[in-house]
Design a protein around this ligand. Sequence first.
Ligand code: BG6
Length: 295
Amino acid sequence: MDIGALNELFAIPGHLHFETGEGGLTKAVVANSFATAEVYFQGAHVTSYRPAGQGELLWMSKTAQFGDNKAIRGGVPLCWPWFGKQEGHAQHGFARKSLFTLFGTSVNAQGETVLQFGLQDSEATRAVWPHAFMLEYRVSVGRTLGMELKTTNAGDVTFELSQALHTYFAVDAIENVRIEGFEGNTYIDTLRDDAACIQKGPVVIGEEVDRIYEDDGQSVTLSDGTHRVAIAGSGSRSSVVWNPWIAKAASMADFDDEGYKTMVCIETANARKDARILQPGESHTLVQQLIPAAP
Ligand code: BG6
């Protein structure tokens, strides 16, 4: 659908409209009394969320690539239907490289702007993952940013699902970052042969970090000395914390070399043993909500 038709069908005055964004890709631009936000149809990818009177909450790489079949570096990529490496397949699945369809837009009872995207299996998806599915993604932009990813097994064969809302947070200075709420939790350190470790105190980042925390769905808080945001979730008992640090950032063409100083990923996930089994007809919803502290 072209931009004109999208605006005719789905724009809501005082809430949202559609534009051509980077790389000629279509994006929804939200501006309501609570916040502004941008969501690309490519990957149903939230690239910006800015609560009124506050700074940008999401980090974007200065060298992010925008194009068909490309994952956008920054914002909130959807890792789906698998998280991490999968033998013979692209890391983190195909949803983040897929063009989603817009199902609808609305304003909810709280006055938040709501966008509903969807992705269904096709010949192309079945060639890499042989399952019938319906993936629905609801983004609500208000005083908080809500992201709900619902997977339904639309086929007649059971499948395993692992996934993550892979949020890149913008921070002022990585050395001031504290992530509170994981204290006492077990994590798998993927940089140390998957060693099982116990988190002592808040998470601080002074080197490459790539960890999968086991949790009970409690919310955690990210602060950088100036800003605070709470990250709440549901449908998840695992969270990933990632910062590539110097060498890994330099090795990634779409990750600007200095970017590791101003970002950290906190991903609400169903990773490793938190993967879910979906029987035919069953659904599972993964939710992440970003709750910025008032300025
Ligand atoms: C994180 C993983 O979720 O994503 C890291 O834990 C990985 O191991 C990172 O490097 C980025 O992945 P990608 O595929 O977007 O480069």
